[in-house]
Design a protein around this ligand. Structure first.
Ligand SMILES: [Zn+2]
Length: 130
C-alpha cells in the first residue's frame, strides 16, 4: 500500500483526537471512513498503524449471524483462538465463528486519551521557546 498523504493522515488523526476527547469508548472504522471521506480499507490500514504506535487498541466483535438478532456475542483482542469454534448466542442459535461475523473495533489507549485531554488544556509554549 502506498504511503498516505499527510493531509489524509491528519484527517484521520483529527477524528481520532475528537474521539479521544469525547466520552466515546469504542468506534468502528466505518465511522472514521464516513467522517473523513476516505475509503474504508485505507482508513483501516492507517488505524492499524496507530495501534502499533500506542494510540489505539484493536479488538474484535463477534456478532450473531441472524440478521434480526445481530447481538454482540463477545469482544476479544485475540480473535485467532475463536475462529472455527462454535458459540451460542442469547437467541439460542449455535454459531460457527468465521470471518463474516467478526468486526474490528478500535478504542483509544488510556495514555493517549490522557495526553489529548491535557494538550487541549495547555497553551502552546513552543513558540515562546523559539
Ligand atoms: Zn442471536
Amino acid at each position: 500500500m502506498a504511503e498516505l498523504h499527510y493531509q489524509d493522515k491528519r484527517k484521520i488523526e483529527n477524528v481520532i483526537e475528537e474521539i479521544a476527547y469525547s466520552r466515546v469508548k469504542r468506534f468502528y472504522p466505518t465511522i472514521v471512513s464516513k467522517a473523513t471521506d476516505l475509503p474504508l480499507n485505507t482508513v483501516f490500514e492507517y488505524l492499524l498503524k496507530l495501534t502499533l504506535d500506542g494510540r489505539l487498541k484493536l479488538e474484535w466483535e463477534i456478532r450473531c449471524d441472524d440478521y434480526e438478532c445481530n447481538s454482540l456475542i463477545l469482544r476479544t483482542d485475540d480473535i485467532d483462538q475463536f475462529i472455527g469454534q462454535y458459540v451460542e448466542c442469547e437467541c439460542e442459535r449455535e454459531i460457527l465463528i468465521n470471518e463474516n461475523i467478526i468486526f474490528p473495533v478500535f478504542s483509544i489507549s488510556g495514555h493517549y486519551r490522557q495526553d489529548i485531554r491535557e494538550s487541549k488544556k495547555k497553551s502552546p509554549s513552543l513558540l515562546k521557546a523559539l
